[in-house]
Design a protein around this ligand. Structure first.
Ligand code: MLC
Ligand code: AMP
Length: 502
C-alpha cells in the first residue's frame, strides 16, 4: 500500500546527492541529507508515543529543520499543523485545544507561554529555533537515519491548516494526501517544473502558498529551492541570477519594482514568476513586463482548495485575471443556490475536484455550510468568467481583508476591539495600501460619556491578536453608517477612508 504522499514527494529522493536546499550562507543541503534529518525526527516523534493520525502543531521560524518536520510527519502518518509565527500564545491556545494536537513544537524564546498552552491540553512540548536547535534536535540526535515509512492511503489526512472565519473563529481545513498530491502534480506539469529548476523561495512555510505550492512542486520535480527566511529585497536581488523561478504574493512584485537594481538583466536566468494569494493589480503586471520582459503568471487558490485556476504557461497570461480552471478542477460562477449563471455574469465561485479539502476539523455544520453534498466548495469569492473561460475575481462575498497575503477576518478584530474600555462598537475594514494591497482600519464608536484611549487599545490588542491582524490605524467616529436593516455599511466606510494610506 505504501504512503503516497511520502513516497512521491520525499521517498524517491532518499540517498540522492542532488541539491534540495540552497541556504542564505550559500551552503547546500542534498535531498538525501534532508531525508536523513527527517528520519531522525520521525524516530523522535515515535518515541513520544505519537501515532498515525495524531496532530503535530509547529510554530517555529522558517528553516530546513522546520521543513524536515513536515517530511517526518508525512513519513510517520502524522497530521502536520503549521502555525503562523506571528500568532500570540492566546491564538495558539485555540489551535492546540481545537485540534487536540499531541505535540506542539515552538520557538525556545516563547517556550514559557507555549509550554503552558501545551500542558493545558495534555500535549507534549518541544522547541526548535531558527537554526534547528532545541529539544527536538536533542531528542533526534544519534537516532537512525532511516525510518520505516508508515502506511497510509490517499484518503488519509496529511495536514490541517487553520483559516479564520467570518464568525471570528478559526476553522481547521483538513487536507488529505490526495488533495495535496493531485494539486502538486497538476501544477508541476502546467508550470513545467523539472529537476533543473531552482525556486527562489522567500514565502513563509506555514501557508498553502509557500508550503504546498512552492515546496511540494519542487519536491515532485526533484529541483532545488533557494530557501530564504523571509522577503528581503536585497536577498532576492542577490539570489535571482541563481534561480529559474519565483513564487510570491503581490507585495513581492511591487517591492522588487520599487528597487532600481531590479532589471531585465537580473532576471536573465528566470523562466517563471508566479503570483497569488491576493489580487495582483493589472498595472503591476504591466510594469513588471515593461521592466523585465516577463509576464507574471497569476493563479488563484485557497487554503481549503489548494490551487483552482492558473493563467497558462504557454499562451495568453491576461493581466487582472486568474486564468483558466486547472485540469481536474471544475469551476463555476453561481447564484446563492449554487445554480450556474450565464457566462459573463458576476456570482459566487464554486469549485470541485481532488484538490478540494475534506471539511473543517470537527465542525460538521461549518463544513455543510461551505461544502455542498455534490462536492462543490463555496469559495466566498465573487467572480466572472469570460466566454473563453478566463476567471476574474471581482470581489468577495465574505467579509475578509487580505493584507500582504495574510487573511484578516474583521469579525475577529471587531470582537477584540468591542471588549476594550469605553468602546461601544467597532467596524474593521480593509482599504487600499500601496505595499500590502490592503491594510486594516479600526473604526470605533465610544460608549456615551467615554473617550477611549486609542494607544492603550492598540497595546491591549497586542496581547491577543497577531501583529498583522492589528489595525494599522484606529479612528474614533460618532456613529457607524447603517442601512435600513441596521447592518453596518462597510462599503460606505471603505469609500470614506479609501485614501488613508495612498
Ligand atoms: C508583516 N506585517 C504585516 C504583514 N506582514 N502587517 C500586515 N500584513 C502583513 N502581511 C507587519 C509586522 O507585524 C510588522 O509590524 C511590520 O509589518 C513589518 O514586519 P516584517 O516582518 O518586516 O514584514 P515583511 O517581512 O515586510 O512582510 C510582509 C510580507 C509578508 C508581505 C512579505 O507578510 C509575507 O511574506 N506575506 C506572505 C503571506 C503568504 O504566504 N500568504 C499565502 C497564504 S496561502 P510592526 O508594526 O511590528 O513593524 C493562500 C492561498 C493561496 O492565500 O492562494 O496562495
Ligand atoms: P486563504 O484562506 O489564505 O487561503 O486565502 C484564500 C483567498 O485568497 C481566496 O478566497 C481569495 O479571496 C484570495 N486569493 C487567492 N489568490 C488570489 C488571486 N490571485 N487573486 C485574488 N484573490 C486571491
Amino acid at each position: 500500500m505504501g504512503n503516497p504522499l511520502f513516497d512521491r514527494l520525499f521517498g524517491r529522493h532518499i540517498g540522492k546527492t542532488s541539491t534540495f536546499l540552497i541556504l542564505p550562507d550559500g551552503s547546500r543541503l542534498s535531498h538525501g541529507r534532508f531525508l536523513k534529518l527527517a528520519a531522525r525526527y520521525a524516530h523522535a516523534l515515535a518515541e513520544l508515543g505519537l501515532k498515525a493520525g495524531d496532530r503535530v502543531a509547529l510554530q517555529v521560524e522558517k528553516s530546513p529543520n522546520a521543513l524536515a518536520v513536515y517530511a517526518a510527519c508525512a513519513q510517520s502518518g502524522l497530521v502536520f499543523l503549521p502555525l503562523n509565527t506571528a500568532y500570540t500564545a492566546h491564538e495558539v491556545d485555540y489551535f492546540v485545544s481545537n485540534s487536540g494536537a499531541g505535540l506542539l513544537i515552538g520557538d525556545p524564546e516563547k517556550a514559557g507561554n507555549l509550554s503552558d498552552v501545551a500542558s493545558r491540553y495534555g500535549a507534549k512540548f518541544l522547541t526548535m529555533d531558527e537554526s534547528g536547535n532545541g529539544s527536538l534536535a536533542a531528542k533526534a540526535a544519534g537516532k537512525p537515519e532511516e525510518f520505516e515509512t508508515v502506511e497510509r492511503t490517499e484518503d488519509d489526512l496529511a495536514a490541517i491548516l487553520y483559516t479564520s472565519g467570518t464568525t471570528g473563529r478559526s476553522k481547521g481545513a483538513m487536507l488529505s494526501q490526495r488533495n495535496l498530491l493531485s494539486n502538486a502534480e497538476v501544477l508541476c506539469s502546467e508550470w513545467r517544473f523539472d529537476e533543473n529548476d531552482v525556486l527562489l523561495h522567500a514565502l513563509p512555510i506555514f501557508h498553502t502558498h509557500g508550503l504546498f505550492v512552492g515546496t511540494n512542486i519542487s519536491l515532485l520535480a526533484g529541483g532545488a529551492m533557494i530557501f530564504l527566511p523571509k522577503l528581503d529585497v536585497d536577498a532576492l536581488i542577490k539570489w535571482m541570477p541563481t534561480a529559474t523561478t519565483m513564487m510570491g504574493v503581490p507585495t513581492f512584485y511591487t517591492r522588487l519594482l520599487g528597487d532600481a537594481r531590479f532589471t531585465k538583466e537580473l532576471t536573465k536566468s528566470m523562466r517563471l514568476f508566479v503570483s497569488g494569494s491576493a489580487p495582483l493589480l493589472a498595472e503591476t503586471h504591466r510594469r513588471f513586463f515593461d521592466r523585465t520582459g516577463h509576464k507574471i503568471l497569476e493563479r488563484y487558490g485557497m487554503t481549503e482548495t489548494n490551487m483552482n485556476t492558473s493563467n497558462p504557461y504557454d499562451g495568453d497570461r491576461r493581466p487582472g485575471t486568474v486564468g483558466l480552471p486547472l485540469p481536474g478542477v471544475e469551476v463555476k460562477v453561481c447564484d446563492s443556490e449554487g445554480n450556474d449563471l450565464p457566462r459573463g455574469e458576476i456570482g459566487t465561485l464554486e469549485v470541485r475536484g481532488d484538490n478540494v479539502f475534506q471539511g473543517y476539523w470537527q465542525m460538521p455544520e461549518k463544513t455543510r455550510e461551505e461544502l455542498r453534498e455534490n462536492g462543490f466548495f463555496i469559495t466566498g469569492d465573487l467572480a466572472q468568467q469570460s466566454e473563453d473561460g478566463y476567471v476574474t475575481i471581482v470581489g468577495r462575498a465574505k467579509d475578509l481583508v487580505i493584507s500582504g497575503g495574510f487573511n484578516i477576518y474583521p469579525k475577529e478584530v471587531e470582537e477584540a476591539l468591542d471588549t476594550q474600555d469605553g468602546v461601544l462598537e467597532s467596524a474593521v475594514i480593509g482599504v487600499p495600501h500601496p505595499d500590502l494591497g490592503e491594510a486594516t482600519v479600526g473604526i470605533i464608536v465610544a460608549k456615551p460619556g467615554f473617550t477611549p484611549d486609542l494607544d492603550s487599545i492598540q497595546l491591549n490588542l497586542g496581547n491577543r491578536l497577531a501583529r498583522f491582524k492589528q489595525p494599522r490605524k484606529l479612528i474614533l467616529i460618532e456613529a457607524l453608517p447603517r442601512n435600513t436593516m441596521g447592518k453596518v455599511q462597510k462599503a460606505a466606510l471603505r469609500e470614506t477612508y479609501k485614501d488613508l494610506f495612498a
